[in-house]
Design a protein around this ligand. Structure first.
Ligand code: NAP
Length: 488
């Protein structure tokens, strides 16, 4: 079987390793010039992972040399590149090639992959591994064209010119801004942070690993696994219920931290959220609150109305003149596969099928789209290290392809009733979660449906995926004369 993998990030690497080990003919397309995905794109100052690195790594490629609890972006990128190199994935990579369209042919049961330069490739199966945060959200603020300064998104950082000594505006207060704002505040002449919604922040316990600890992890895999397991268990025991003890305790702790760190009552009021911890992604930083005590940093809560030639105008009539505007405004996370046009059986369009919110069976397969697998697909986010999920998904895809080959099956398509029952169940389970509390988060489709999060534990996801059988799919056999018959 010939397989196309779209994306060379953590998911594409996990998939490539599975396919390489099993001897498949495969290609990994990536819009960038190498492996790493989100860790290649997001190079903003202070970029780091807020999942402990010993758990934010592949189980088959532990890294005893992580420098600290939460490694920074360069270290994570180097790790991913090293894993890809060790598995000789470069020979399968087609870099700097953006895939635009995937089209299934009912006649020959194959996918046609079209790239932005209009080249086409015919494959038996496609694995999308584009991540969930691949398309930046740049809000449509009136007058953007007239602004004379520079503007860029956090995931497309302009390293050509430093923000040191500049007057900077930063829009948004999410996971990215919380990391780069304290960094650029250090040497900007003036920094205005435009906040639409305040966020809960807890202190980050980020400790370096000593050379002795690293040597121990290198010598004794069990010691490294202990550190990994501690993080794993913390996620497994999490309870994202709207009124769970965990939610209440984390909210109380975050409130107490805020009250200790922000003394000025006016500033504290501006920084205090009105929703429980967890409704938005929980954030950790020791540098966020102290940044607003700096004399040249201002927290602005008056809504942005428009760009002017010199900067941004807010609803209170104030013009904020700046040299640089940074969009820390996140991604189109809930709009899955936004960058791809996907056509399945009978020419159906995935964008239309997902009109009311993306859905897949175990985040990985979708009825109407045979031999298409979506890594980090709908409802796979939020409850564990995504690397753990991606590894399981990649293994599932490889196992399904193996079984197809063994059974002489040309195409598999998840049965609609199985897909629908699964999605009804997870949406029922979702009703009690903190993700539906009263906050604006990127987990939801505009109609309110949570499309990104998995409402059970990571282990439950992995076990469910591991127990999927080929008879949960409709399938087409390969007959002696290569004609297909559909079996149900
Ligand atoms: P985000 O969490 O979605 O935050 C976007 C921010 O921009 C929010 O504060 C949002 O305000 C604001 N915003 C959006 N549109 C706006 C508009 N039109 N006007 C004013 N403000 C606007 O995005 P992010 O910070 O890039 O993080 C996205 C995700 O990336 C994270 O949740 C996480 O999954 C991932 N990430 C992970 C790490 C890590 O450590 N592993 C680090 C960085 C990012 P509202 O709150 O009002 O919507």
């Amino acid at each position: 079987m010939k397989v196309a993998v779209i994306g060379g990030g953590p998911g594409g690497i996990a998939m490539g390793i599975q396919l390489a080990r099993a001897g498949y003919d495969f290609t990994i397309f990536d819009r960038c010039d190498g492996f790493g995905g989100t860790w290649r794109n997001n190079t903003y100052p202070g970029a780091a992972c807020d999942v402990p690195s010993h758990f934010y790594s592949y189980s088959f490629a532990l890294n005893p040399r992580w420098s600290k609890t939460f490694a920074n972006q360069p270290e994570i990128l180097a790790y991913l590149e090293k894993v890809a190199a060790e598995h000789k994935l470069a020979e399968h990579l087609v870099p700097e090639t953006r895939v635009s369209t995937l089209r299934w042919s009912d006649d020959d049961s194959r996918w046609t992959v079209t790239t932005a330069d209009d080249a086409t490739h015919h494959v038996d199966a496609v694995v999308t591994a584009v991540g969930m945060l691949d398309v930046p959200n740049i809000p449509d603020i009136p007058g953007a064209d007239r602004f004379q300064g520079r503007a860029f998104h956090s995931s497309d950082w302009d390293h050509a010119k430093s923000t040191a000594g500049e007057r900077v505006a930063s829009i948004g207060t999410g996971a990215s801004a919380i990391q780069y704002v304290p960094e650029i505040a250090a040497d900007a002449a003036h920094l205005t942070v435009f906040q639409r919604t305040p966020i809960w922040v807890s202190p980050r316990f980020d400790e370096p690993f000593t050379p002795e600890q690293q040597d121990l992890f290198e010598r004794d895999r069990v010691e490294a696994l202990k550190v990994r397991d501690a993080a794993f268990q913390a996620y497994e025991s999490a309870n994202f219920g709207a009124d769970s003890t965990m939610t209440q305790e984390l909210t109380a702790m975050a409130r107490s931290y805020l009250e200790r760190k922000v003394i000025d009552p006016e500033l504290r009021a501006k920084l205090t959220p009105s929703y429980p911890v967890g409704c938005k992604r929980p954030l950790q930083s020791r540098a966020w609150f102290p940044t607003f005590a700096l004399p040249h940093v201002r927290l602005e809560t008056s809504p942005i109305v428009e760009f002017t030639e010199r900067g941004l105008l807010t609803a209170d009539g104030v013009e904020h003149a700046v040299d640089t505007v940074i969009y820390g405004t996140g991604f189109h996370a809930a709009d899955y596969l936004r960058s791809l046009d996907v056509y399945g059986t009978g020419g159906r369009r995935l964008r239309d099928d997902w009109r009311d919110g993306a859905e897949a069976y175990l985040g990985t397969v979708v009825p109407g789209y045979p031999n298409l697998f979506t890594l980090y697909g709908p409802n796979t986010n939020g409850v564990t290290s995504i690397i753990y999920i991606l590894e399981a998904q990649a293994e599932f895809v490889r196992r399904t392809l193996d079984e197809m080959s063994r059974e002489g099956v040309r195409a598999v398509e998840i049965k609609r009733d199985i897909h629908d029952a699964y999605n009804a169940d997870i949406q029922r389970a979702m009703q009690d979660t903190v993700w539906l509390a009263n906050c604006n988060n990127y987990y939801r489709h505009p109609n309110g449906k949570v499309v990104t999060q998995f409402p059970y534990s990571g282990t439950r996801f992995v076990e469910m995926l591991a127990s999927v059988e080929l008879d949960e799919f409709d399938w087409k056999e390969v007959t002696a004369c290569q004609e297909s018959t559909t079996r149900r």
